[in-house]
Design a protein around this ligand. Structure first.
Ligand code: TMP
Length: 260
């Protein structure tokens, strides 16, 4: 499928114009970043795995009535999507306290939350994606109305319920994750957008609590690709004998590390 012009390049993905009005092509890169771009590396094969894992999860969500931007996966690294204007808000859903929540509020790492916690951060790299309240989102018009915001929060909780069950069934705890939503350029519907993958979720093995997500990169735990492959295997996306395409999974090449 012919790609149109590049519309946007982010840290892990590139969006091109798609073949028809209102469509785009989402390309998954092997680049990994953490701490707002201060730590960067190329992790060979990551884009291929995230493309497959995100396709699997978004297709499953679609089957339970969550409308997403994914039309279909095109090849190893690309998906055909409905282009959206992404709301500048990241929706973080947490089941177990870890990461920035523990640092910000002094909550013990691993605390099981009584109810899923939804947090919002303002998507702005210069400001380091600060945590904001519902009132900030409405005051500054990042999302048009309280009804839309509540509708999205409801979807976040539904997605959490579904994904928690899906991962639990394959021996993985869904600790937390990030979602992005947008309004379709042409049809103006609100769609779940971006990706859901080990880059955007924290996934712990149920018995060993081994981290099977991007924390392996953030915390220099090694074996990043092996962990992402393990998630893909458990979800039944790739099989034991599958060597995801011709991609060789080498050691991540560190491009730049500035420790905070
Ligand atoms: P945090 O604990 O660093 O706030 O991260 C919460 C969840 O959101 C975690 O699963 C990782 C994901 N996340 C992203 O996908 N992108 C981001 O830029 C950040 C900061 C977190």
């Amino acid at each position: 499928m012919n790609k149109g012009k590049k519309l946007y390049e982010g840290k892990a993905k590139i969006i091109y114009e798609g073949p028809e009005n209102g469509t785009g092509i989402q390309h998954f890169k092997d680049d990994a970043t953490a701490f707002n771009n201060q730590k960067k590396a190329t992790v060979e094969g990551k884009g291929v795995l995230n493309n497959r894992i995100s396709e699997h999860i978004l297709n499953n969500l679609n089957q339970i009535g969550i409308e997403t931007h994914l039309i279909k996966r095109l090849n190893m690294r690309e998906q055909l999507i409905t282009l959206c204007e992404i709301f500048p808000v990241e929706f973080i859903v947490r089941n177990i306290a870890t990461g920035s929540l523990t640092k910000r509020l002094g909550i013990a790492d691993g605390t099981i939350l009584k109810r899923p916690l939804v947090e919002f951060s303002y998507k702005n790299d210069d400001l380091g994606d600060p945590v904001v309240s519902k009132e900030h989102i409405l005051e500054f018009g990042w999302i048009d109305s309280a009804e839309t915001l509540d509708w999205i929060i409801d979807k976040c909780l539904r997605i959490n319920d579904f994904m928690q069950g899906m991962f639990r069934g394959v021996g993985i705890k869904l600790v937390d994750f990030k979602l992005e939503f947008g309004r379709a350029n042409v049809k103006r519907k609100i769609l779940l957008a971006d990706e859901i993958s080990p880059d955007t979720c924290r996934l712990w093995d149920v018995s060993s609590e081994k981290k099977l997500d991007k924390d392996r990169f953030r915390k220099d735990l090694g074996n990043i690709i092996q962990a992402y492959q393990e998630v893909a295997r458990r979800l039944g996306i790739i099989h034991e004998e599958t060597n995801i395409s011709e991609v060789k999974f080498g050691k991540p090449k560190v491009v730049n590390i500035k420790k905070k």
